[in-house]
Ligand binder design. Structure first.
Ligand SMILES: [Fe+2]
Length: 353
C-alpha cells in the first residue's frame, strides 16, 4: 500500500545517491538509522544505491541517550567497525553518531569516507529539504554567500529578539558550504554555511528564539521562551531565560565539562524547504536564521576549541547580518543585489510549501 509522498521519496533517494554522494557502481554505501527513528527513508536510499550498482548496508541499531560522546557506551561494537570502513555513509540517526568517538575514528584525516549527515529527518522533511531543491540556484546562492563571508573581517549579527554579537573571521579557516558529499570527509544537509570565527573576538548577546537541540534531555526543539546567552571571548558566561534555559543550564552543569561553554561555530540557515520543526537538522536551515554550536568542535572547522563531551545547537531566527559594517541581510532576507536575485531563484516553487 503506497504511503504519502512515496514517489517523491523515490526521487529524493535518487538525488541523495546520484547527485549528492555521486556514488559509483561497486562503491559501498552504509546507511545508519537508530531505533528512535523511522527507517522508510533508509530503505528507499538503499534501493536507489542498489539500482546504480552500489554495495549497500543498512545498519538499524540501538539508540543512544544523547549526541556525540555521551552515546559512546551505547553504540554497538559492529556498528563502530562498519562506519570506519565504507566509501559513503549516510547518517539518519535521531541520536547522533556525529561527534561520537567512533565518528571521530571514521573521520580521521586521510579517511576515504564521504559522510553525509541527515540525522532525524523524516520523509516529508527529506522531500522538502532535498528532493525539491533547485540545485544550480542553491549552489550559486551558497557559493556567493560563502565567498562574501570569507572576504569579511568583522561581522555583526543582530535580531529583534535581542541577539547582538560581533566577531572577527580568520580567512584561512574552512567554511563548510553544504551542498554535496562527493569528496571524503564530513558533509551535512544542504542550506547551511558554517565556520569558526576567531574565538577570542566573539562577544555580546546571543538569543535563541527558534529552537535548541542537544540530544537526550537537552533536545528541546522549538522554544517556548528565548534562551539568552552572554558571551565573552568565545565563551558562554551566563545563561538566562525561563524553564528551557534552566534545563540547558543544569544539563551543561551535569556534563561537568568546562568546554561545553565554548562557542564552536556559527552558521547561516538557507534551505528554502526547511521549516521550524523541532528537528535540529531542519531547524538549523530555516531560511534566514543563524545558528551557534556549543561544546564539541568538528574537525571541519579548523578551530582552536576541539573536543568536548557533547554538542548542541541553538537557532536565532530572522537574523540581520552586517559584513564589515555594511548590512547584507535584513531580518533574514538578503538585500545585497546579487545575493537577493539568487535567493529569489532558490525560493521559487517553495512559496506555497
Ligand atoms: Fe552544530
Amino acid at each position: 500500500m503506497p504511503r504519502i509522498l512515496e514517489l517523491e521519496l523515490g526521487k529524493t533517494a535518487y538525488v541523495i545517491v546520484k547527485e549528492l554522494f555521486r556514488l559509483q557502481s561497486g562503491e559501498s554505501l552504509l546507511i545508519t538509522v537508530d531505533s528512535k527513528d523511522g527507517w522508510k527513508a533508509a530503505l528507499e536510499v538503499a534501493k536507489a544505491a542498489e539500482a546504480i550498482g552500489g554495495k549497500v548496508m543498512v545498519a538499524w541499531h540501538s539508540s543512544a541517550s544523547g549526541y556525540g560522546k555521551t552515546g559512546d557506551s551505547k553504540h554497538p561494537t559492529p556498528l563502530k567497525a562498519a562506519i570506519s570502513d565504507t566509501d559513503a555513509w549516510l547518517e539518519l540517526n535521531k541520536e547522533w553518531l556525529l561527534y561520537s568517538t567512533p565518528w571521530e575514528t571514521a573521520m580521521k584525516k586521510g579517511s576515504r569516507i564521504r559522510y553525509l549527515f541527515m540525522g532525524g529527518l523524516g520523509v516529508e522533511q527529506l522531500h522538502r529539504c532535498v528532493g525539491k531543491i533547485n540545485w544550480p540556484a542553491q549552489e550559486a546562492f551558497q557559493n556567493k554567500l560563502a565567498e562574501m563571508t570569507r572576504n569579511t573581517n568583522t561581522m555583526r549579527l543582530y535580531t529583534e529578539a535581542g541577539t547582538d554579537v560581533t566577531f572577527d573571521n580568520i580567512p584561512s579557516r574552512s567554511i563548510t558550504n553544504e551542498l554535496r558529499a562527493d569528496v571524503p570527509g564530513p558533509h551535512f544537509l544542504t542550506g547551511q554555511i558554517g565556520w569558526a570565527p576567531r574565538e577570542e573576538t566573539i562577544k555580546g548577546t546571543i538569543v535563541f528564539d527558534g529552537a535548541f537541540s542537544g540530544g537526550g534531555i537537552a533536545d528541546i526543539g522549538i522554544l517556548t521562551d528565548p534562551i539568552i546567552l552572554s558571551v565573552k571571548r568565545g565563551r558562554i558566561v551566563n545563561i538566562e531565560g525561563k524553564r528551557e534555559a534552566e534545563i540547558i543550564k543544569s544539563w551543561i552543569a551535569r556534563l561537568d565539562d568546562d568546554r561545553m561553554y565554548n562557542l564552536v561555530h556559527v552558521c547561516y540557515g538557507y534551505n528554502p524547504g526547511a521549516r521550524l520543526s523541532g528537528i535540529c537538522t531542519e531547524d538549523e536551515r530555516v531560511w534566514g536564521c543563524t545558528g551557534w554550536g556549543i561544546g564539541y568542535q568538528g574537525i571541519m572547522f579548523d578551530g582552536n576549541f576541539g573536543d568536548a563531551a557533547s554538542h548542541a545547537d541553538g537557532i536565532c531566527l530572522n537574523t540581520t547580518v552586517y559584513m564589515d559594517g555594511k548590512m547584507i541581510i535584513e531580518k533574514g532576507v538578503p538585500t545585497h543585489p546579487e545575493l537577493k536575485y539568487l535567493a529569489d531563484e532558490c525560493r521559487r516553487g517553495f512559496k506555497n510549501g
